[in-house]
Design a protein around this ligand. Structure first.
Ligand SMILES: [Zn+2]
Length: 490
């Protein structure tokens, strides 16, 4: 085998750093009072002189945006700065009316964090170099209006609060990159800093990818990869880029510093533009804003508001409740499932956690995520009440599923649904006895089979009783009562 024909991964090591921009969940924009609710609004309906960069205006700092970055800093075990400041990032493009973005360059709010997550090769930790605040740009829309090419600008996104999170170049594979982005998205949703939907740009992932021969210290030339619009495309784009770069080097070529986009249709990266050098931005301190100081009291208050984080929750579910790795992953990775499970546990004294977990990972997830998913009106206390009835044998599992499905869409109390459907389980021997007598009389053949030693006949007869009671009998009790009846001599 020639060197070039052995797998890329055994000859080259990829070095990958990830930059993620998250739109923070604030009521107003980063430096003005404009609303952040721009989804579906008419273009340029949510902007003011500040976010349009008109002369004579001054920015003011959005406190809750700052707090979300600090909360993120605590959640990734980072250092939160006591003094930080704002810098101007200068460049000229039609989507930034000021000719600069207000950002943080030399003194980011957060530095030296880390994030640990599971991969198919076991747990992996990525160091986070920094997390800082900045404002978003406007949006350029290129259109063809009856053969005339026009460019339109929507400034509604201009000034939206963004957190930029930059890793050290610790990542080696596309899978690690995807898992890092997934874990960060979960963290954002758990602490409430961002909805982090990739599809609508609330979370944008960019990767710097280079390769070097295995064993070499020096980094190769890095290529920036953009336009990855889903977690799957993050993994695929990086995997593609590693193989592409190896092909260029194996063919005697050189990697050029450039920005490439991911083409999801073609499943490949393509050249977008040569990469600008960092010093092109001519950063300098923002003269219109004071330095930002964080007091110990303020930081302590933000830290005290943090909910339980995914890592500790996973350990608790497996350790305390004995849940499987799979159930734990489903419960922790979906904040709505986490809330339902935690709420039901808190509400339903005595309901086994494992049984509750089964209902959330099974029935709830099927309804919430299934095809034609419907609005989720599930109430934690109602789920707890239903599961308690199942555990006590007061309702059959099949009927309970129907009850939950109706509760999920209507939000109606479980007790009312059971009442209206007549789903109270028959477990008193009187009503059951009548059904058993009826089945015994109607199936003399099966009764004779059972009595001659064919035990399988009992299963058939139990099924008949369940049918006769429309599933409302307690199967365990039916079993016992039926055998007692059959074993009785005539
Ligand atoms: Zn504004």
């Amino acid at each position: 085998m020639t060197a070039a024909s052995s797998p890329v991964q055994t000859r080259y090591e990829a070095v990958i750093g990830i930059e993620i921009h998250c739109q923070l969940k604030t009521v107003s924009k980063m430096f003005c009072g404009c609303s952040t609710q721009i989804e579906g609004a008419a273009p340029n309906s949510h902007c003011c002189p500040v976010c349009l960069g008109l002369p004579g205006t001054l920015p003011t700092i959005n406190k809750s945006a700052v707090e979300w970055v600090i909360a993120t800093g605590f959640a990734i075990d980072g250092e939160v700065a006591t003094t930080t400041r704002w810098d101007r990032k200068n460049y000229f493009y039609p989507d930034i009316p000021k000719g600069y973005q207000i950002s943080q360059y030399q003194l980011p709010l957060v530095a030296n964090g880390k994030l640990t997550f599971d991969t198919s090769d076991g747990p992996f930790t990525v160091r986070v170099r920094r997390a800082h605040l900045e404002e978003d740009t406007g949006r350029l829309i290129h259109e063809d209006q009856g053969g005339r090419k026009v460019s339109l600008i929507d400034f509604d996104r201009s000034g939206m609060p963004l957190m930029e999170i930059v890793t050290e170049p610790d990542i080696r594979t596309g899978e690690q990159a995807r898992r890092y982005a997934e874990e960060l998205r979960l963290l954002m949703r758990t602490i409430g800093a961002s909805d982090a939907e990739m599809e609508n740009g609330q979370m944008r992932v960019e990767a710097n990818v280079s390769i070097r021969p295995v064993g070499q210290e020096e980094f190769g030339t890095r290529v920036e990869v953009k336009n990855m619009n889903s977690m799957r495309s993050v993994e695929r784009a990086i995997a593609f880029e590693i193989v592409r770069q190896a092909g260029v080097i194996d063919g005697g070529g050189k990697i050029t510093m450039e920005t490439r986009g991911w083409d999801d249709g073609g499943q490949c990266t393509y050249h977008m533009r040569p990469k600008e050098e960092e010093n092109d931005y001519r950063y300098f301190p923002e003269p219109d804003l004071p330095p930002l100081l964080t007091t110990p009291e303020w930081l302590a208050e933000i830290r005290s508001r943090l909910p339980e984080l995914p890592t500790s929750r996973r350990a608790r579910y497996q350790g305390e409740f004995g849940l499987s790795e799979y159930d734990t992953a489903v419960l922790v990775n979906e904040p709505a499932a986490t809330a339902l499970f935690e709420g039901a546990l808190a509400a339903g004294a005595g309901v086994p956690a494992k049984l509750l977990a089964n209902w959330v990972t099974g029935e709830y997830m099927r309804l919430a995520k299934g095809e034609g998913a419907i609005a989720d009106r599930a109430v934690p206390a109602e789920l707890a009440a239903l599961v308690k009835l199942v555990a006590d044998g007061a309702i059959s599992g099949t009927n309970a599923k129907e009850v939950f499905a109706e509760h999920f869409t209507s939000g109606k109390p479980v007790a009312a649904i059971i009442e209206s459907r007549g789903f109270r389980q028959i477990s008193d021997s009187g009503a059951l006895g009548a059904a058993i007598e009826q089945v015994v009389a109607a199936n003399p053949g099966a009764v004779a089979d059972y009595r001659s030693g064919k035990d399988a006949a009992a299963g058939f007869l139990v099924g008949q009783v369940m049918r006769a009671t429309r599933g409302q009998a307690n199967a365990g009790i039916v079993h016992t009562a039926l055998r007692e009846r059959l074993d009785k001599s005539e």
